[in-house]
Design a protein around this ligand. Structure first.
Ligand SMILES: Cc1cc2nc3c(=O)[nH]c(=O)nc-3n(C[C@H](O)[C@H](O)[C@H](O)COP(=O)(O)OP(=O)(O)OC[C@H]3O[C@@H](n4cnc5c(N)ncnc54)[C@H](O)[C@@H]3O)c2cc1C
Length: 554
């Protein structure tokens, strides 16, 4: 592999073409059609990310006369147990209805009943915000829109380093994951929208890629931001979802909101209050699982409706999966099980800290979607904050002049690359190594946690960091990218262990449950734990930041 590079210029560079990145690209062209907008996407933008195809709901929409942005902030603050900045969440909810109408104007289907009303479900502690969507082509619609507007999409391009001009961001280095070709993009502003750390713990099905969230998301956005000097938070929020056993595919809201029943292992009903993965997980951990879904009492048309959503909009592979297990929804039941542990801003609270303009603390650097900390923002957060980031990044690009590329930063990366490529005779295959790293993450970072386990996690991650350089084989381009990904998984785990050790209380049960500090302690811990990079990436600095309120408005 040669280490020559090609070069492009951009006004706005977007890293990750998932929900947030695609919407950011569209918005950047809408606000300034003349500016050059480039997307680095690790996969193929039409089918990459959490919405590989479509989605069955937009979880947060404040529809006038049904809910308000104020009520959402109140409701989500309860769900986040107080660890939530209000202004950015308010902005997201305030623009959510406008976003839904925009999608509708692109023929995205939000079904209406005979009275012309949307189907709005209650899945939050207060208010109804979850609007049913029925759009198997959502991702292709977004990707095509961006391409039609003239966005330059570099598919199969993984961002591996951010570049800086003094304090300001100046672009990124990308590499084609199939050919290894290196591409340097000089950019006046950069938006990070490369998801969370989906490949974190090891799923029980044993497949490295058989995870709940998109497997191409390996914490790259977190690590790029961190190395560039951005503040991160919420790494102690270790999510474990509760979903269809083995395939880890969505099911819960699609079936329960259409009349399915939820039973524990003793046939006790569990669907009375609103479906709650945390409560199901607790029940499972208490030995009363697995929790199962039954639909045999539902009329045929409801079953057909569920099958249609599940087998088209969500994941077409579900049809083959359920057929293979003899799961006939008319007669049988569907078993659920805990997923692997993972980190994410959309379902969780992990991410790069941003304000209501999607700005990080690094000039010219913005973040959106699961990479950013817009607590539990889901798809609505990705789309709305994607737009907000594009508006801010475009304004910054227009108002702050040219940036200069520092060739030394590019050359330093090339030297790193050469060192990695020299690992071609090392004994351990990267897949085996990833398996071990993620097994240790499952052992020591999956809740319940305690100081002993967290110290073991840190010991292992330190060792893995060294072994990645001394033991792992890099025989081809494929191995090289896996190496970059595993490096980010290890860094995510280090940050997770440090933040988890720091928060000496239990919160978000069971997701940050510390058996050595089993009580919630608002007096001391109702604050953000913030991580920043010291002299080297493994030197993680810890500080605290207060929760930001919107006094007088909410
Ligand atoms: C299975 C599932 C079901 C969900 N259902 C719902 C729902 O019904 N309603 C709802 O509101 N929300 C739902 N969500 C949440 C919502 O989909 C996500 O919060 C949102 O889509 C995240 O968007 P994103 O752009 O941040 O991440 P993604 O859409 O995952 O995009 C990240 C992109 O970055 C790319 N990437 C990663 N690393 C790099 C790199 N180094 N360089 C270049 N590119 C990179 C990836 O290839 C990917 O395309 C669901 C999530 C999942 C996983």
């Amino acid at each position: 592999m040669n280490t020559e590079h090609s070069f492009i210029d951009a006004d706005v560079l977007i890293i990750g073409g998932g929900s947030a990145g695609a919407m950011a690209a569209i918005r950047a062209k809408e606000v300034n059609p003349d500016q050059k907008v480039v997307v680095f996407e690790k996969g193929q933008m039409k089918y990459s990310g959490c919405i590989a195809r479509g989605m069955d709901a937009m979880n947060i929409v404040a529809i006038p006369d049904i809910a308000t942005a104020e009520l959402y902030v109140e409701s989500n603050s309860i769900a986040c147990e107080g660890i939530m900045d209000e202004p950015v969440n308010y902005k997201m909810a305030e623009r959510s209805y406008e976003m839904m109408k925009k999608l509708e104007s692109w023929d995205v289907c939000f079904p209406k009943d005979d009275n012309g009303d949307y189907e709005v479900l209650k899945i939050h502690p207060k208010g109804r915000f979850c609007v049913t969507m029925k759009e198997p082509e959502l991702k292709a619609i977004l990707a095509n829109k961006a391409l039609d507007l003239g966005v330059l999409v570099m598919n199969r391009t993984m961002a591996v380093r951010l570049l800086k001009d003094g304090e300001r961001i100046s672009g990124a280095i990308g590499m084609n994951v199939r050919t290894g070709e290196m591409l340097v993009c000089r950019a006046k502003s950069v938006i990070l929208s490369s998801g969370g750390t989906a490949r974190f713990g090891l799923p029980d099905n044993g497949h490295l890629y058989g995870v709940y969230d998109f497997p191409g998301n390996t914490g790259d956005g977190y690590c790029l931001a961190y190395r560039a000097g951005a503040e991160l938070s919420g790494f102690e929020y270790t999510l474990v979802y509760y979903i269809t056993k083995d395939i880890n595919a969505p099911l819960l809201y699609i079936t329960l909101t259409r009349g399915a029943t939820l039973l524990n292992a003793f046939d006790e009903r569990r669907d009375q209050d609103h479906p709650n993965p945390a409560k199901m997980l607790l029940e499972h951990m208490d030995g009363k699982g697995p929790i199962r879904i039954r639909m045999d009492h539902l009329p045929e048309e409801k079953i057909k409706e569920i099958e249609e959503i599940l087998f088209t909009t969500e994941r077409p592979a579900c049809e083959r999966f359920h057929a293979g297990r003899d799961n006939d929804f008319r007669t049988g039941e569907i078993e659920m099980w805990p997923t692997e542990v993972y980190l994410c801003g959309g379902h969780g609270l992990t991410g790069v800290r941003v304000n209501e303009n999607a700005e990080t603390n690094v000039p010219g650097l913005y973040a959106a979607g699961d990479t950013s900390l817009v607590a539990r923002g889901h798809l609505s957060g990705a789309l709305v904050i994607g737009e907000v980031a594009a508006e801010s990044a475009s304004e910054y690009a227009a108002g702050n002049g040219e940036v200069t590329l520092d060739d030394d930063q590019v050359e330093s990366f090339k030297r790193e690359l050469e060192t990695r490529l020299a690992q071609k005779n090392n004994p351990i295959a990267i897949e085996e190594f990833e398996f071990k790293v993620r097994r240790m993450i499952s052992d020591y970072l999956k809740p319940p946690k305690n100081e002993y386990k967290l110290d073991r996690a840190l010991w292992w991650m330190d060792r893995f960091r060294k072994e990645l350089k001394t033991m792992v084989r890099v025989a081809n381009v494929h191995d090289l990218f896996k190496c970059f990904e595993v490096e980010n998984i290890i860094q995510s785990a280090t940050m997770c262990a440090i933040a988890s050790k720091e928060r000496k209380e239990s919160r978000w049960s069971p997701w940050h449950y510390r058996t050595d500090y089993p009580e919630k302690n608002d007096a001391e811990w109702k604050k953000h734990i913030v991580l920043t990079c010291g002299s080297v990436p493994e030197d993680v600095k810890v500080s605290y930041k207060p929760i930001i309120k919107m006094e007088g408005r909410v």
